[in-house]
Design a protein around this ligand. Structure first.
Ligand SMILES: Nc1ncnc2c1ncn2[C@@H]1O[C@H](COP(=O)(O)OP(=O)(O)OP(=O)(O)O)[C@@H](O)[C@H]1O
Ligand code: SF4
Length: 821
């Protein structure tokens, strides 16, 4: 049975039972045409292959169905779904259409076979590409583009002058195919093109009707996807083809893909502008080559020859001297089946449009999806503090003085206007600031002369002249000249520009408000609104992650517009044996509410509990505290009142501090030294609570102290709660229902953080550890149900503290014995 299933999804290994369950659910979404899948698959359970195998298997089967005469004849005869255009062929008898469709199909299929054979026969491997790209280093380089580098001291001052105000429509849009080339570039291009144009296009362009878009948060997760995609082999979608390559491309940023060294070395935030500069000045040969169909074909054939990650794509770009950033985008409409891309490429509609990403009917997979709501909110929010504005004002003044003689009258006027606007923002904060207070954008300008300023024009001016970039670069440059330490300061004018953009075009789904430290913020309150387009355009969206509970967070804020019958959610068990984890609730007196958490008796008891546990737990033990402040209070109290020194029993104490980056390394070293292990005190939401592996000895126990509810006084939360309560009431609920919804919001934020933190332990099939939830509020069934399923399923029955110690002791001895035998 299991091996049948393995074949069914083309899994490269014998899938774990839980992988089979997950793959069944994913396949079901696709086959039953459901809209949303929400899947939790704990780390170590082979999530990436569980996502790849059923989706690509389905994709190939679906393509086979598409290639089937009936489906294809529709597309060949122009009868695409939704097409209501009358065509000439409507008048033709059915047998004519059918014969035409059959002949088109035949031609396309045999061309497809030829293309696969062509790819097989060509030496388009990465080794060849690397060799070519090494050779390419000796090729003449295009004229060096002028780049404003922060660290460069000998920058010409003129580099900091505002760009000329050209009509933005005349600036080559990203997908403009025609550019006029300088003579030098044209000569070189001619040489490169001769060879390529002689080769006819082998790819018949049989449309891949459905694509898979796989988005994740980090570069390493996307590379991991490419590496895992190499493992399975999928049957060809065409009977006559013995082997069909997966047509895959990653999409990435210019920072990762730029092969023009004079641009690629610029600081991250300047790369886009530098690239556009190089393009506008016709100084980038790889760009010119990426506009040429012959070069794109060569680039495509290299790319499709194998599964390549982002670094490989850059190598192919160098080998073909074709910009991989632009060339990879061309593949979106050239037979690609699977695309990986970072979150922001997928989640912003403007970025999708600019990159030419069409999600129509696609399978969208979002990995590490516990971050997706925060990412959408972050991408659509902006903020600026009083301090930033004061620095911006100073920056504009310094810049205006330095360049007063060289600025055109128009630039001078606009800079003056910008300074006045910054002044208005400063005065508004000084006059009206109250943490958590909402305001409208119009309130800022009441009683001012802002109408004369025309903020929209000012925003456009900043965009066209890149003045924010010029001022920030100039200030940085001056600082570096005076202070050779090269301390990178914040790009303040960039922040002003971004806030201005929000101010001129705020979305209805967001609010302006004041937050702590005299900050003005704009925050999106309905992430679902921005996500709706992704859901509506695609065939389905699969949200997958290691810790997705509480799932209600997604259904209520991300996809409230999707009918429940269209959502499948599934939380996988862990691959570890049932007995490899116990979750204890340590209640008793413990209740670390904000008011009580510093009570002397509770702090003393907490110390005694951790101390006792440290004598029982082997090797490493991680204790998560709800905040830095509480960690600091507890450590101080224990040193002063419980004679705590630098160890707990035999375990060395290591603790997290804000801004310190080597905590994990020190802890790991201590645990690996095998002298008795270490206790690591970390903070929920700190840098050790997400994305870090505490496998095996690094965490034989995770202790979660209290429930890390968010700060009720944060301006952001005040606004979110108010918005939610209003929504409940507008939808016919009463004040009690509104309060319940608020409570749910708080609990979800808190439990998401708990699941993230405790999920750091148990990282593979043979791992084992215990989890201790120290607070009596964990006894509530509502809270327990928000734990990750694999943790909830291993909750130990309610018991006394003595039983916790006793059971733990015998369990650890048993597990260690098992390991030895
Ligand atoms: N059934 C299996 N048998 C053996 N190895 C497997 C199996 N399934 C996946 N693997 C391998 O296990 C390793 C871990 O896989 P992957 O990184 O996808 O898992 P994960 O830990 O669930 O993911 P994440 O780190 O994103 O939480 C990979 O090298 C993968 O090829
Ligand atoms: S077009 Fe490509 S290679 Fe040229 S500067 Fe831009 S990203 Fe770099």
């Amino acid at each position: 049975m299991a091996s049948n299933k393995r074949e069914k999804y083309n899994h490269p290994y014998q899938p774990y039972h839980i992988q089979l369950e997950l793959m069944d659910q994913i396949y079901r979404i696709l086959e039953e045409d459901k809209k949303i899948g929400i899947f939790e698959s704990p780390t170590g359970t082979g999530k990436t292959l569980s996502l790849i195998c059923p989706t690509v298997t389905w994709l190939r089967r679906n393509k086979a169905r598409f290639v089937d005469k009936q489906d294809f004849s529709k597309s060949a005869s122009g009868e695409d779904e939704g097409s209501d255009q009358q065509t000439e062929s409507d008048d033709e008898p059915p047998w004519v259409k059918e014969t035409f469709a059959e002949s088109v199909l035949k031609q396309k299929l045999s061309a497809l076979e030829e293309y696969e054979e062509y790819l097989n026969s060509q030496a388009l491997t990465l080794d060849v590409a690397t060799a070519l790209s090494d050779q390419g280093k000796n090729q003449p380089r295009p004229k060096k583009a002028r780049v404003v580098a922060h660290t460069s001291v000998d920058c010409e001052d003129s580099a900091f002058l505002p760009d000329e105000e050209t009509d933005p429509l005349r600036r080559p849009p990203d997908n403009d195919r025609k550019i006029t080339l300088s003579n030098e570039v044209q000569t070189m291009l001619g040489r490169f093109n001769e060879a390529n144009n002689a080769v006819e296009d082998k790819n018949p362009g049989l449309p891949s009707p459905i694509k898979i878009f796989f988005a994740s948060r980090t570069h390493s997760q996307l590379s991991q996807f490419a590496a895992q995609l190499k493992l399975p082999t999928f049957p060809s979608s065409i009977n006559s083809l013995a082997y069909e390559r997966i047509k895959f491309t990653p999409l990435a940023s210019r920072k990762q893909l730029c092969i023009n060294s004079s641009v690629a070395n610029a600081p991250s935030r300047e790369i886009n502008d530098s690239c556009m500069d190089a393009i506008n000045k016709k100084e980038c040969l790889p760009y010119a080559r990426a506009r040429d169909p012959g070069n794109i074909r060569t680039f495509r054939d290299y790319t499709y020859h194998d599964i390549h990650d982002v670094e490989d794509l850059a190598t192919i770009g160098r080998a073909t001297n074709t910009c991989p950033y632009y060339a990879s985008r061309e593949l979106l409409s050239d037979g690609v089946e699977i695309v990986t891309l970072p979150y922001q490429h997928l989640l912003m509609s403007s970025t999708r449009d600019a990159l030419g990403i069409n999600l129509k009917d696609s399978i969208v997979i979002i990995d590490e999806a516990h971050n997706v709501i925060d990412t959408i909110n972050m991408l659509n929010s902006s903020e600026i503090s009083l301090n930033d504005l004061q620095n911006a004002k100073e920056g504009i003044a310094v810049y205006s003085r330095a360049f007063s003689r060289r600025l055109s009258p128009r630039n001078r006027v606009n800079l003056k206007r910008l300074s006045t606007l910054v002044d208005i923002l400063i005065q508004f904060i000084q006059k009206c600031y109250k943490n958590g207070r909402e305001f409208e954008s119009l309130d800022i300008f009441e009683g001012t002369n802002a109408d004369v300023l025309n903020i929209h024009n000012l925003e456009q001016y900043m965009k066209r002249t890149k003045i924010a970039y010029k001022i920030d670069s100039y200030i940085e440059h001056r600082k570096n000249e005076k202070d050779r330490s090269n301390v990178v300061s914040q790009p303040i004018l960039f922040q002003v520009a971004s806030f201005l953009k929000t101010l001129t075009n705020p979305s209805k789904e967001g609010k302006f408000f004041f937050d702590k430290d005299f900050t003005m913020k704009y925050m999106l309150l309905e992430p679902g609104h921005s996500f709706k387009e992704v859901v509506e355009e695609s065939k389905c969206v699969i949200l997958a992650g290691g810790t997705m509970e509480p799932i209600s967070d997604f259904t209520s804020s991300l996809i409230p517009f999707v009918d429940k019958s269209q959502v499948i959610s599934f939380s996988c068990n862990h691959v570890i044996p049932e007995d490899n984890l116990n979750t204890f609730i340590v209640g008793g007196n413990f209740e670390f509410t904000f008011d009580r958490r510093e009570e002397i008796i509770m702090l003393s008891q907490l110390h005694d509990f951790i101390l006792k546990l440290s004598t029982i737990v082997p090797a490493g033990m991680v204790v998560f505290m709800p905040s830095y402040k509480f960690l600091d209070t507890a450590l101080r109290f224990w040193r002063e009142n419980r004679a705590m020194k630098d160890k707990m029993d035999k375990k060395k104490i290591i603790y997290e501090e804000p801004g310190v980056s080597d905590t994990f390394d020190r802890y790991e070293e201590e645990v690996r030294a095998a002298k008795g292990g270490a206790v690591l005190f970390a903070v929920v939401g700190g840098r050790l609570s997400e994305g870090i592996n505490f496998q095996d000895e690094l965490a034989r126990a995770v202790v979660m102290v209290g429930l890390p509810f968010p700060n009720v006084f944060s301006g952001e939360l005040i606004i979110r709660r108010k918005h939610l309560e209003q929504k409940v009431i507008e939808n016919g609920g009463d004040t009690k229902a509104a309060r319940v919804a608020s409570r749910e919001l708080y609990e979800n934020i808190c439990m998401k953080a708990v699941n993230q933190s405790i999920g750091r332990a148990i990282r593979h099939a043979g791992d084992y550890a215990n989890i201790y939830l120290v607070d009596k509020r964990y006894e509530s069934s509502g809270i327990q149900q928000k734990l990750s399923n694999w943790v909830y399923q291993r909750l130990y029955k309610p018991c006394s503290l003595d039983e916790v110690y006793h059971t733990s002791e015998s369990w650890f001895s048993k597990m260690q014995m098992q390991r030895k035998s």
